[in-house]
Design a protein around this ligand. Structure first.
Ligand SMILES: NC(=O)c1ccc[n+]([C@@H]2O[C@H](COP(=O)([O-])OP(=O)(O)OC[C@H]3O[C@@H](n4cnc5c(N)ncnc54)[C@H](OP(=O)(O)O)[C@@H]3O)[C@@H](O)[C@H]2O)c1
Length: 328
């Protein structure tokens, strides 16, 4: 445990990415104000957070919801940094797209206003997604931070149930960058690809689940693996901390260490995990769908960041956590 580095706020504390980030921030010497969604009846078990090393002295939990942006003010008070990780996730399309987009955009802008008003927040790190880059009619092998997903294009391809999520991420990141520019707020965005690896949250994270589709035999998910860009959970947490601590950084940062076709992923998994019935290359021939381009982390690497983990660690970590938590 490092020396005290000050207070930071992490939103969406119960989530896959945020809970791992909180663990790492505590280890790096930060005091953490984690927000979780309101739970008036105290039914939610957050012991996976409160039992983290250092949590009893350095972790405080606050209740806040993106639908009520002012609810984040108490958690932000006195913080030097804010990690905006929470996002509305609704892959069952229970709510209309406009509602999700409004909640994400207005919630995020409300938090940014609270950051400005706090007078203590020095930098905000917003967690975006590679999906804000990858979806447009531009045909290239690899995309960088200059690419943006096109909302009209997304609506035209109806990408399963992910449209509202991708549209909300794209519009929120754009609006957040515009707000920061306009008001002189120091804000950087992290753009992770599919996050694969270990997890401490109790639920089975969606991206880990999908990346393991061939291990789990869930053929309906193979379409998302056609050209999969991936990054390890811990590298994502490391990038958030790196971007917060590095004075030189500015703007958007793609964070993705590996891109693999479904055929190469199948070869990798069947060689490494012969105990699972990984589908043969022949059986994958008829999997068709939107093939996402690769994404480049050159800007991040040029700023001095180094990825620490490879594919072995991503899948070993994911499989081990799934076994421990009874998902495998
Ligand atoms: N996993 C990936 O592969 C991936 C890739 C790229 C980017 N990202 C980004 O990483 C961030 C975290 O994603 P994740 O994978 O960790 O997903 P997750 O586990 O579903 O986390 C999302 C978090 O947002 C919270 N949330 C949802 N609606 C909210 C609201 N109205 N008010 C306050 N909090 C709300 C959720 O709270 P509850 O626990 O109460 O539902 C949860 O804690 C997101 O911004 C996502 O876009 C993830």
């Amino acid at each position: 445990m490092e020396a005290d580095k000050g207070k930071v706020c992490v939103t969406g504390g119960t989530g896959f990415v945020a809970s791992w980030l909180i663990m790492r921030l505590l280890q790096h010497g930060y005091s953490v104000h984690a927000t979780i969604r309101p739970d008036p009846e105290h039914k939610r078990d957050v012991s996976f957070l409160t039992s983290l090393p250092g949590a009893s002295e350095k972790l405080q939990i606050f209740q806040a919801d993106l639908s009520v942006p002012e609810s984040f003010e108490a958690a932000i008070k006195g913080c030097i940094g804010v990690f905006l990780v929470a996002t509305p996730v609704d892959f069952e399309n229970r709510e209309p797209e406009e509602v999700i987009v409004k909640r994400a955009v207005e919630g995020t802008l409300g938090i940014l206003r609270a950051c400005l008003n706090s007078k203590t927040v020095k930098r905000v790190v917003y967690t975006s997604s590679a999906s804000t880059v990858e979806f447009s009619d531009k045909v290239v092998d690899t995309m960088d931070e200059s690419f943006w997903s096109d909302v009209d294009y997304l609506k035209s391809i109806s990408y399963f149930n992910f449209g509202p999520y991708i549209i909300s991420k794209t519009l929120t990141e754009k609006k957040a960058l515009e707000f920061a520019e306009e008001h002189g707020l120091d804000l950087v965005t992290v753009i992770p690809s599919f996050i694969v690896g270990p997890f401490i949250c109790p639920k089975f994270p969606g991206s880990v689940h999908t990346s393991m589709a061939m291990i789990l035999g869930e053929r309906e998910q193979y379409v998302f693996l056609l050209n999969l860009s991936m990054v390890h959970t811990d590298d994502v947490a490391r990038v958030h901390i790196f971007l917060f601590e590095n004075p030189e950084v500015k703007g958007r940062y793609i964070c993705s260490s590996h891109t693999m076709t479904i055929e190469d992923l199948s070869k990798f998994l069947s060689a490494k995990y012969p105990e699972f019935p990984i589908p043969t290359l022949e059986s994958l021939k008829d999997i068709e769908g939107y093939k996402t381009p690769g994404v480049s982390s050159k800007k991040l690497l040029d700023s001095g960041f180094e990825f620490k983990y490879g594919l072995d660690e991503m899948f070993d970590g994911a499989i081990q956590c799934c076994k421990e938590k009874g998902y495998l």
